[in-house]
Design a protein. Structure first.
Length: 479
């Protein structure tokens, strides 16, 4: 098989280059959790990938004979060409975003229960173009997949023997265009779609450290100061539920879109360190995972903008910069970029041989003592290497629907190949023993008995003195 042939021909690392610390060695093989679903070869180079979540109502439809995907992969190129791929690798639709300048930014609508499924692309001239995606499940019998389509479905665990393209009807329509005023060419640096208090927004960051806020209808709301550091621009946004996280040089924090306020976070034990990436924990929204300029991952507990403390710090040297993070249930995924450590967040880094490393870290190490981790000293669950990665995307599955596998997409450095993986990592919670205080069959009779005993004791102590027998009533005196 080709996979075994590549493994036999791969160059083995030197023993001196291999990690010897038990706390840095993977606990398992990546093949135990990571399954390659498809390898898509593109006709022209792409530059950006994102997973577009589909509405839960569509995924829950029972009319289709196959399991519908929870998300589609959006692949955008600098020329403005946008492709929508199924997780199995099938191309569903392709369209031109209509930009006159090179596309440098891509954003998708979050997992909105209600609302439109949107794709926003931004170019170097400050123009944002928004397209709406319509996805509907086809009814009736599903056509057999073409012979060439079966190649990408050989190792697919969710769509065996059927074509997703034959079960979904996908179309795209242009909605509106936004223009960021007051910025030069190539000055917009970050783009996101967020929702707070039921309102939806487009948020654009620029190289001057400004945050431009637009409404869902395209109306301009405000231009906020994201940083006070000279020469620092907005480097990225991260959206999780109703929270919008930003980072700009040494500063980072949250943006309140409802009140149009930027809230900077100050951590006493983390001051003076440059944040190269920051994400919000998918399980605990008050926990933020950040990586510094050396690639060390910190876990911060942020209860408010003025209440921040360091909960945990992963071992130094476990990961290296430049680094990208993604949070899934119980774990954090880290992508080490190739090319050695760069001087800035926009430069390449990582492995000098040009390979990128993808690894999963166990979040259960947080709060544990060293004695509790005797059997599992390393937080690294698995680690795998890939060729240079230009862009990547991670999709977390919804807890209330199937399939339960998360998705990972890696775009090669040349932009001509997309690898789609299914990540099967489930968080298992072992209950040592349930307390009898939580058993209603024991606690309810005990509470009733305690109340009756209290009432009886109160009657024995005070009741007899308060109640006077009728025979002891004094008769009125007569003269």
């Amino acid at each position: 098989p080709p996979a075994q042939a590549r493994a036999l021909g791969a160059e083995l690392p030197l023993l001196s280059a291999m990690a010897s610390e038990p706390s840095t060695l993977p606990e398992a093989a990546a093949e135990d959790y990571l399954t390659k679903k498809a390898v898509v070869r593109l006709p022209k180079p792409a530059s950006l990938v994102k997973f577009l979540p589909l509405r839960a109502a569509l995924v829950a439809q029972k009319s289709s004979e196959i399991a519908l995907p929870q998300a589609l992969l959006v692949v955008a190129s600098a020329s403005g060409k946008v492709r929508l791929l199924a997780p199995s690798g099938e191309q569903l639709v392709a369209f031109s975003a209509g930009h006159e300048r090179p596309v440098s930014l891509l954003a998708v609508s979050p997992s909105w229960q209600k609302g439109d499924t949107l794709i926003a692309t931004g170019d170097s001239g400050g123009t944002i173009r928004v397209h709406q995606v319509f996805v509907k499940a086809k009814t009736g019998p599903i056509a057999a997949p073409r012979k060439e389509a079966r190649v990408s479905l050989e190792n697919d665990t969710q769509f065996l023997g059927a074509s997703v393209a034959s079960a979904l009807q996908v179309s795209v329509a242009f909605r509106r265009s936004l223009q960021v005023e007051g910025v030069g060419a190539g000055a917009i640096t970050a783009l996101a779609m967020a929702s707070q208090q039921g309102s939806k927004y487009f948020v654009v960051g620029d190289s001057e450290g400004k945050v431009n806020v637009f409404g869902l209808d395209g109306a301009f709301k405000s231009r906020l100061d994201g940083t006070s550091t000279p020469g620092a621009g907005i480097e990225g946004f991260y959206v999780h539920q109703n929270q919008l996280l930003f980072r700009a040089g040494p500063e980072w924090g949250y943006i309140d879109l409802e009140n149009l306020v930027v809230k900077h976070v100050e951590c006493p034990d983390f001051e003076g360190m440059h944040v190269i990436t920051a994400v919000i924990d998918s399980e605990r929204s008050w926990r933020v995972l950040v990586a510094d300029e050396e690639g060390t991952i910190w876990v911060l507990a942020v209860r408010s903008a003025r209440t921040c403390r360091v909960d945990y710090k992963f071992p130094r040297g476990l990961t290296r910069a430049p680094l990208d993070l993604a949070s899934i249930r119980g774990f954090v995924l880290a992508l080490e970029r190739p090319g050695g450590r760069g001087e800035g967040p926009g430069e390449r880094g990582g492995d000098e041989r040009g390979t990128a490393s993808l690894l999963a870290l166990n979040m259960s190490h947080i709060g544990k003592q060293e004695a509790d981790l005797t059997h599992y000293p390393s937080p690294v669950v698995w680690k795998t290497t890939h060729r240079g990665v230009r862009s990547w995307a991670v999709f977390r599955h919804r807890q209330d629907s199937l399939p339960e596998g998360d998705l990972v997409a890696l775009l090669s450095e040349d932009g001509l190949e997309v690898e789609i993986f299914e990540l099967l990592m489930h968080l298992r919670i072992d209950v040592v023993g349930e307390s009898v205080l939580l058993d209603p069959y024991i606690m309810v009779p005990c509470i009733v008995a305690a109340v009756l005993i209290g009432v009886w004791w109160h009657y024995l102590k005070y009741g007899r003195a308060m109640v006077k027998p009728s025979g002891d009533a004094a008769a009125p005196r007569t003269s």
